[in-house]
Design a protein around this ligand. Structure first.
Ligand SMILES: Nc1ncnc2c1ncn2[C@@H]1O[C@H](COP(=O)(O)OP(=O)(O)OP(=O)(O)O)[C@@H](O)[C@H]1O
Length: 316
């Protein structure tokens, strides 16, 4: 159970997007999208460039007009009293006046929700900006700007957080910090909804995944279920004679190939089959393990037909 901005305990909030739709002229940007976001979990929002992620977030926040509705604990945002902290968002990395100091930026936003000066200090410390709080935000690096955007989003401790590509351009330390921070925010019973193109990061971060392409829902699953359902199991092996191992696997009727990194990849889910092939071929195994396709491979397959922008010819 989480605490609200006033310190009272509140019940967790879920978010339902119901038949969302949006057109720009004849172009359908969001096409009848429905999904639910659960409290206490991080949902990754994925899709190729132009798939409609930002438009969907804007529709859900009431920043764009379209069809359908979004319910926060069963009510539309407009049904809450003005100033109620329902959803915090960070949609653009530099959504501040460049001449305004970081603390002044948060102070201005804090007035909407009657946030105390102590809370502003607390948030600055939480996102690691205390030392630069009196510097003009225009001089901030991308990483600092992303932290300030996050600070603004969590200022009133909203039960729901929407973040549009918050980890773009961040170095490894900052990405790790963001991941840890978002995990702890979700663990407090909050909804965290994050769009990103960073697949390996999403695989580490998200509990659930919503994938859209050309405005339509492609997948809406728990990360684990998605990888189980669409990810192929395969066995990776390295032997003292990879060529002979591949030849033996082929003789056994098993699809196998030698990868650039020196591993034999066999389309089976049992390491024992590859071990048997190695014994028969009289080759020594140096490594043997089972793997499942990564989120990146699953995503590429699921969205292969739906890229908006495809290079007209392959580059060398
Ligand atoms: N203001 C606008 N006017 C016209 N078309 C728009 C507008 N905003 C978005 N679109 C179009 O709507 C579609 C969805 O765009 P959107 O920015 O939501 O995609 P996205 O998934 O966030 O893309 P990216 O990953 O590249 O940020 C695209 O075809 C885009 O060109």
């Amino acid at each position: 159970m989480r605490k609200g901005a006033d310190g009272k305990r509140e019940t967790p909030m879920n978010v339902e997007a119901v038949h969302l739709g949006k057109r720009f002229g004849s172009r359908v940007a969001v096409d009848d999208l429905s999904f639910t976001l659960e409290p206490g979990s991080i949902t990754g929002f994925l899709g190729p460039n132009g798939a409609g992620k930002t438009t969907t977030l804007r529709l859900m926040l009431g920043l764009a007009r379209g069809s359908g509705q979004t319910l926060f604990a069963g009510k539309s945002l407009s049904a809450y009293r003005p100033g109620t902290p329902v959803v915090g968002c960070h949609l653009q990395p530099r959504a501040f006046h460049p001449k305004r100091r970081a603390r002044a930026h948060l102070d201005m936003l804090g007035r909407i929700h009657s946030v105390s000066p102590q809370r502003i200090d607390e948030v600055l410390a939480e996102v690691g900006l205390t030392d630069v709080a009196n510097q003009r935000a225009g001089g901030f690096s991308l990483g600092m700007a992303q932290r300030l955007g996050l600070a603004a989003a969590i200022l009133a401790r909203p039960p729901v957080l929407f973040l549009d590509e918050p980890m773009n351009g961040l170095d490894a330390h900052a990405v790790y910090w963001f991941r840890t921070f978002l995990r702890s925010y979700a663990d407090q019973g909050h909804v965290v909804f994050v769009s990103s193109h960073l697949m390996s990061e999403m695989q580490l971060l998200a509990d659930r995944v919503i994938i859209i392409a050309r405005g339509r829902l492609v997948a809406d699953e728990k990360m684990e279920t998605l990888l189980q359902r669409y990810g192929k199991p395969e066995v990776l092996a390295r032997a003292d004679d990879n060529g002979r191992l591949v030849a033996e696997l082929h003789r056994m009727g098993i699809a196998a190939h030698l990868r650039d990194d020196g591993f034999v990849v066999a389309d089976v889910d049992d390491t024992g089959i590859v071990a048997t092939a190695a014994t028969t071929a009289a080759v020594k195994l140096l490594e043997l393990r089972q793997e499942r396709s990564s989120l990146e491979q699953v995503y590429l397959e699921l969205t292969a037909q739906s890229q908006e922008f495809v290079p007209s010819r392959s580059t060398p």
